[in-house]
Every structure is written in C-alpha cells, then in structure tokens.
Design a protein around this ligand. Structure first.
Ligand code: UD1
Ligand code: UDP
Length: 365
C-alpha cells in the first residue's frame, strides 16, 4: 500500500518524523514529496538528517512567492507525481500552503486524503492557515484530530464521526522521542552561555505579526524590555529577519540566533523560564516541558492550554503588555492535564490508514 506524504515547511518535517517511522513499521511504502516551500538548509535539509527522516523521493522546489503562485506551482507538481505514483493515500500535515495543495491535488484525482492535525480552528479567516485548514478538512477522507476540541469543531461543522480519528498529537510523539537525545546531545545552553531558568525563549513568524511593523515593533520592544532581568533568545525565522531589517527595528539586547535544529530547540525549551511565541507547535512544546507560555497573538487554536493555565494569549499591541505577561508567567504552573494523547499518535495513524483504506475509498464521491 502506497502512502504519498506531502511536506514542505519546517513543522511538517518534525510531524512527519514519527509517522514516517510508524508507516515503515506497519509495512507501508511511503513516497515522501517535499514541495520546496522551505528550502534553506536551516529551515529544511538539516531536519531530515537530524530526525532520521528519509530524503524526499522528490523535491518540487517551488520556493517562496505569493500564496496563489506558490500554491499553484505545488498543485502542478503534486498532480503529476500523484498521477505517476497512484498512491492509496495522500497524507498531509497541519495548515500550510503545502497542506492545502496536497489535499486539493489528491481530491481532484479521487485519491483519499488523510489529514494529521485536523479540526484546529482560530475562527479568524484573515489567517492564511485558517483557510488552509478549512479547505483541507473539507476535502479529507480521514481526519486525525490532536485534541477533543478539534474533534468537536469538526462534528459541529458536520463532518461525519466515521471520518474522524482521535489520534492525539504527533508533536507529543516527537517531543517524547527526541527529548532524551536533545538533553544528551545538545550543547546549546553552553554555546550561548545560558543558565537554566534565567532566560526567555522567543519565536516570531506569523504573517499577522511580521507583515505589520507596529505589531512586530511591539513584540521586539516587549522582549527587549525583559532583558533588564532575563536573557531573551530569539531564533529568527527568515521571514522575521527580513521584516525586522526592512522596518529598521532595533534588536539591541536580544540574543538573536539563526533558526535552530530541533534538538537545540527542544533543549532550549526544556530550561526556559518562559516561552514567548506566535508558533502553533512551540505553544504545545512549552507545555510538554511544563514551561509557561505567552502567545503573542489575538487568539490560539490550542485553547486547552489557556484553560489549564499554561498559556496566556496576549495580543501584541504594546511592548509593555507583552513584557508584563512574560514577567507574570515566570514560575507559574498550570493544571496537570493530558489533552494531546499518550504519545502514540503516529502508531494510531499508521494503524488506521491500514484498516480504513478500503472503507475510505468507498466513501469517496
Ligand atoms: C509557513 C506557513 C505557516 C507555518 C510556517 C512554519 C503558509 C501560508 N505558512 O510560513 O503556517 O507556521 O511556514 O515555519 O504556508 N523564507 C526563506 N527561506 C526559507 C523559507 C522561507 O528565506 O527556507 C522566507 C522567504 O522570504 C519567504 C518567507 O520566508 O517569502 C515566508 O515563507 P513561507 O513559506 O511563504 O511562509 P512562512 O512564513 O514560512
Ligand atoms: N523549531 C525549530 N527551530 C527553530 C524554531 C522552531 O526546530 O528555530 C521547531 C519547533 O520546536 C517546533 C516547530 O519548529 O517543533 C514549529 O514550527 P514553526 O514555529 O515554524 O511553525 P508552526 O508550528 O507555527 O506552524
């Protein structure tokens, strides 16, 4: 049975790592296709080596661009490879343009689509990711939900329960699997001269923050404010670097570093006093390490962490607001909850793909 997996952006390499291994163990033939959405060695290549992910069978090399042109290039390439390889399943992850293109190309060819991380909603259609999620979930045959809330969202939208599989979150699998290696192998704390519990780890890359210089300025000023009493480490996404340079925003005082490998990132997450981020994945990883998180956005898809007291959502309108939220989070502890499953999501996904292939083909229009 052939599973054609579509990846393209950094978090998708991380999500695919445990699932790819589970697919191999379950006897699937996996054809891994990289759209080329992310292409810098630090955003792409290094993750394959570090996570033990097989090299892609094909890289479409689409690169960056406007949403329409980037997605169109992906569609053209993916349609051809799906026609050539005739997969039993197309597997897509998350909510990027690569996810959307994979689902759309497959659905038009009547190939069943399985969506990992289905059912997330911000209810903000100005986010490109929200559009990608809505379309991908509509086109998917089998929807793997990471949380109860995601499942409820899908049921409310009328997705039949027979198409939904509560797998738990593959990012928990990845954090559990790679965590011990990160602790053993990463020397990032020593390299940056950091003391456990005395630094904030920050990431910024969302379009709504990087494409708006007032919001980006507020975030950087809030993080800079913290440097009077804490180190602030900011691995810079290339998009954010471009925006900071273009807007001429001063980053003096911050520890800016290049985008990190996953082991170094996990290691930094483990000993941070607080994590301040607009990333989806990093919000959850903060919780996996039981580190308080400040989410610099207007809303989050991961509401269970807000409810449990691990995450505060702070719209980045003023630097003072961000700095105050981070300071208030130092030492805070949330409730002991288990919203993301048991770390067996990858095995559940592989097993369901095997069982459902015939049934799902019957469900196709
Ligand atoms: C994309 C996803 C976002 C996800 C993020 C993960 C979409 C619409 N967005 O956002 O949901 O959270 O990936 O990191 O799919 N660039 C480089 N080198 C690279 C890649 C990008 O320099 O290897 C720069 C380019 O200037 C590019 C910009 O980053 O225009 C944005 O890249 P893009 O892939 O379009 O979106 P992300 O912001 O990375
Ligand atoms: N990540 C990483 N290096 C970095 C920043 C993030 O390895 O410098 C990892 C992070 O640990 C998480 C994933 O990338 O597993 C999150 O990706 P990102 O924030 O780019 O996207 P999102 O999750 O918001 O879609």
């Amino acid at each position: 049975m052939i599973v054609l997996t579509v990846v393209g952006a950094r978090p998708q390499f991380i999500k695919a790592a445990p699932v790819s291994q589970a697919l191999t163990e379950a006897g699937f033939e996996e054809v891994l296709v990289h759209t080329g959405q992310h292409y810098d060695e630090q955003m792409s290549g290094r993750f394959f080596a570090e996570l033990g992910l097989s090299a892609p069978a094909l890289n479409l090399g689409v690169g960056s661009g406007l949403h329409g042109e980037q997605t169109a290039r992906m569609l053209t390439g993916l349609e051809q490879v799906m026609l050539d390889r005739r997969p039993d399943w197309v597997l897509v992850y998350g909510d990027t343009n690569s996810t959307l293109a994979g689902a759309l190309a497959a659905a038009k060819l009547h190939v069943p689509v399985a969506h990992v991380e289905a059912g997330l909603r911000s209810f903000n259609r100005r986010m490109p990711e929200e559009i990608n999620r809505l379309v991908t979930d509509t086109l998917s045959t089998l929807l793997f939900t990471p949380t109860d809330l995601a499942r409820e969202n899908l049921l409310r939208e009328g997705v039949p329960s027979t198409r939904i599989c509560a797998s738990g979150d593959v990012m928990l699998d990845a954090a559990l699997h790679f965590g011990p290696r990160a602790r053993r192998e990463s020397a990032i704390l020593e390299r940056l001269g950091l003391v456990a519990g005395e630094y904030v780890l920050a990431t910024i890359h969302r379009a709504e923050n990087t494409d708006n210089s007032a919001r980006l300025g507020a975030i950087v000023s809030g993080l800079t404010d913290l440097t009077t009493d804490l180190r602030v480490v900011l691995p810079l996404h290339p998009r954010t670097k471009l925006s900071i340079d273009r807007a001429g925003i001063s980053t003096v005082g911050l520890d800016l570093v290049e985008p990190l490998g996953f082991l170094d990132m996990l290691r930094l997450e483990m000993d941070a006093a607080v994590i301040a981020t607009d990333s989806g994945g990093v919000q959850k990883e903060a919780f996996f390490q039981r580190v308080p998180c400040v989410t610099m956005r207007d809303e989050t898809e991961w509401l269970e962490l807000v409810d449990a007291g691990w995450n505060r959502v702070v719209p980045p309108t003023t630097g003072a607001g961000i700095a105050a939220a981070v300071r208030a989070s130092v030492g805070s502890v949330g409730r002991d909850v288990t919203p993301y499953g048991s770390g067996q999501a990858a095995a559940i996904i592989a097993s369901n793909l095997g069982q459902q292939v015939k049934k799902c083909k019957d469900m196709l229009p």
